[in-house]
Design a protein. Structure first.
Length: 148
């Protein structure tokens, strides 16, 4: 199966996610680094699932939480704390990535970039557009702008 990747620019960072591999998000300052990080994220996910004899996840992506969130800036560290409240734990972590796994549903994993400022695009994909209120400056934010 072919992996469909969508790339966007939020005014600060380039963001990529896979439309048919759920919950894989990467963020980078430029397109080249973004591609490298996406390849690494997919390789990590493939490795972690094969170690547990689980199939590589395919399927349509949908929001993970039905929780409203208001934020101006959100770090990966803060988001990991929130995930832990919903029965997730850190399965893998390095300087670029964090993979979280749901303790109740071990097939449910989330790959996040390690950053002090997560892109609002990623936050909206995790919580759903209807549950996300971004309090930052709209002048600097360009949501839903596609990047080739």
């Amino acid at each position: 199966m072919k992996i469909r990747v969508k790339k966007e620019f939020d005014g600060h960072s380039f963001v990529a996610f896979c439309e048919n591999v759920p919950n894989v998000y990467v963020q980078a300052p430029d397109k080249e680094t973004l591609t490298l990080r996406l390849n690494k994220a997919l390789a990590l996910l493939k490795h972690n699932t094969s170690v547990r004899n689980q199939p590589f996840p395919f399927g349509e992506e949908k929001p993970l939480f039905n929780v409203r969130i208001r934020f101006d800036s959100l770090s990966t560290e803060k988001l990991v704390e929130l995930f832990k409240k919903y029965n997730y734990h850190v399965e893998y972590e390095d300087q670029d990535s964090v993979i979280l796994m749901n303790s109740s549903y071990p097939f449910n994993r989330v790959h996040l970039p390690q950053t002090k400022r997560l892109s609002p695009v990623i936050v909206r994909r995790i919580f759903g557009a209807e549950n996300t209120i971004y309090l930052g400056s709209r002048q600097n934010l360009k949501l839903r702008r596609s990047v080739p």
